[in-house]
Write a protein that binds this ligand. Sequence first.
Ligand code: ZLS
Ligand code: CA
Ligand code: ZN
Length: 375
Amino acid sequence: LSSVGDVAKRRVCYFYEPEVGNYYYGQGHPMKPHRIRMTHALLQAYGLLDRMRVLRPSPLPECDLCRFHADDYITFLRSATPDKVSDAHVLRRFNVCDDCPVFYGLFEFCQTYAGASVGAAKELNSGRANIAINWSGGLHHAKRSEASGFCYVNDIVLAILKLLEIHDRILYVDIDIHHGDGVEEAFYLTDRVMTVSFHKFGDYFPGTGDIRDIGYDNGKHYSLNVPLDEGIDDESYHYLFKPIIAKVMEVFKPAAVVLQCGADSLSGDRLGCFNLSVKGHAECVKYMRSFNVPMLLLGGGGYTLRNVARCWCYETAVALGVEVEENMPDHEYIGYFAPEFNVNAAPSNMENKNSRKSLDDIRAKILDNILKLQH
Ligand code: ZLS
Ligand code: CA
Ligand code: ZN
């Protein structure tokens, strides 16, 4: 049904900080904030910025970062600079390392992307928007007192805490190829937030996200983990995604949904090993949107820059309920999209290591777990 296209319009707001593309993790580092600027330029070229409210985020104050993070960790992030050699013991304690280096403007960068996610949650809370977007957010690995996997502060947890101020139940869905461990951990003991992560599992960062991890205490059955293998394609992905999400929506009845749209699950990602097309990835957004519940769309991973911009531009169009022309309009970064200059990155011919039997087993187990949740 959702593939027919939902033409009903939504009030969409989009957060963008013009400086975000200038933050630089360092030479050779796969995480490149420049991809957010590329996405923005493409949105502009397609005329999509004129169809939504474009807001500039306010940097999130320290006291708001501390609603989830430990004071000493935030104090450390505020004072860390690449020039000042910090105590090796302190760096190790906060897991600041090769994956999560100290770079120029690190703290401002954190305040900016977290400010955008919390600002987006406020727009939803006020009813001014029914879809709010922050492509610079979605940094799902950050822990209370620790950086992890390119993430320093957990904007998703902070945004969900904001949504919980006025809503009883929030659903978090994570389609980044990596397990959404930081968000899962933050809400592992509560029945007010349900977390669902689809990810590559087995010999892959961060190593958590076993199908048997389902939450604990009051939170038992309110965490779901969908472990996948290399090469998963659009059809196999939706064979799991759609029935699982449909059941969760029916049983959990969330008041709002947060969708982390990590683009490293696309075919051809520099760090990923899935085989999703941009259309297949965006079908997740279309499907979530079809439930007509206030929705926060966030970025996340994504390391082949041209595909990240394609994906998040296409997903912005899906949020708006408009079609975009397959041939890209000319813009500042058009050279990245040679030679096809199209918006849809196609999948490759790689092998899909997810067998029908393994997909059926996973689907049955997860659907069974959802039924154990009584609301
Ligand atoms: O979900 O696999 C790891 C950890 C290591 C291997 C890499 N070395 C550097 C540290 C120890 C076990 N880390 C992953 C993290 C993936 C984070 C995904 C974030 C998200 O998409 C959300 C935003 C990893 N994979 C690849 C790298 N790290 C990596 C590759 C290349 C480099 C350059 C810069 C730094 C060191 C050399 C680096 C990391
Ligand atoms: Ca995931
Ligand atoms: Zn990722």
